[in-house]
Design a protein around this ligand. Sequence first.
Ligand code: G6P
Length: 489
Amino acid sequence: FRRLGLRGMKQRLLVVANRLPVSANRRGEDQWSLEISAGGLVSALLGVKDVDAKWIGWAGVNVPDEVGQRALTRALAEKRCIPVFLDEEIVHQYYNGYCNNILWPLFHYLGLPQEDRLATTRNFESQFDAYKRANQMFADVVYQHYQEGDVIWCHDYHLMFLPKCLKDHDNNMKVGWFLHTPFPSSEIYRTLPSRLELLRSVLCADLVGFHTYDYARHFVSACTRILGLEGTPEGVEDQGRLTRVAAFPIGIDSDRFKRALELPAVKRHISELTQRFAGRKVMLGVDRLDMIKGIPQKILAFEKFLEENPAWNDKVVLLQIAVPTRTDVPEYQKLTSQVHEIVGRINGRFGTLTAVPIHHLDRSLDFHALCALYAVTDVALVTSLRDGMNLVSYEYVACQGSKKGVLILSEFAGAAQSLGAGAILVNPWNITEVADSIRHALTMSSDEREKRHRHNYAHVTTHTAQDWAETFVCELNDTVAEAQLRTRQ
Ligand code: G6P
């Protein structure tokens, strides 16, 4: 199986994702500064070494002029990145609209937008049209850079129409598609008006991957129920052509976190934080400020805990890092105000002259500050309402080598399948259960903490991002080789 391993191989990998791993800021007519962007996919693929990979994606900015586009293309080339230029209108319709207002909530079981149904239906059609046009623009950039034998790895819900564009252009391209969100039950998926076109396009890929077996199973059911195709243990079959479907759970580059903890700057951060919170237990939440992350529910559970355990008032603090995201989408704007309102109310209710129970930050932290936070905190609360995998839970475990903090983890995050034996699993909708778990975590014996941590640490340090990528690409090579063999026979 490993015979086509990535290490040292000559084969090129073209990673195609909506976002590049860097975001660009314009500093002058032809001057750009580049910064690593946030998100699980970025953090996983940054952990993949030793491959001849190029990354094709949107730079996250509108660059209407040619001078700017040429300068940015040059700057990105140094990072092995290739930009796709999308104008404001298409970003609005494709990214804010179809991707983040329709597919994202639907795939996380929050349903299709419901207010003003007629307007939504009209928008829906123009947004789907923009989605297909945007996918075609990604495909056009792939064609320009493709060389025979390259592996093309398409990522996520933004690019479900891409496999079809690529195969229509050249049926010999080796195409894999991987979804980083859950794939919902077919009963949810079938409400999507464009359900047929998207499934048919994804099936053009040679290999389709998901984080968990359940998501793969839901996808196969959608193909059998909605398209009437045959599902086999290998995948989905359509007129003799097999699309292989399988689960490939992602991981992180755990060594990068372990190494960071040895750096003087991180050690300094750790000792500052330890002094700052001396005498108090510290709980941590790190999430993009997204409705799927269940931040309001988490904060309400913390309030319930404070209410029911007055002895803990002033002895525990929740640090919630809420990284702003998709700020042009109205749902996200509403969520920001809602979270601020709840945090303000709880701090007013339980705060004292010297301390407040919740520290809420609406911004991202740099990597070193984040590692220090992961290392010093006693409990991490990852209580997503749904989450494809959730790598914050992995990152927390990787940084807890000495402290052996407790992970409270939503049973609806993909990570629950791998870290379930070490974490305290919760239903994030059940505020009483989460409040009880907080008490359990804060009062847990060191033996139990040690045992739980050992389990999770072993998993996180052995199932890395590199293994994930290698396994996917090897499987894609094997799938294509087997299909070629079958057609020759
Ligand atoms: C999730 C998605 C990624 C996305 C990331 C950040 O992890 O699966 O594809 O890049 O969120 O979201 P954004 O909309 O800022 O790219």
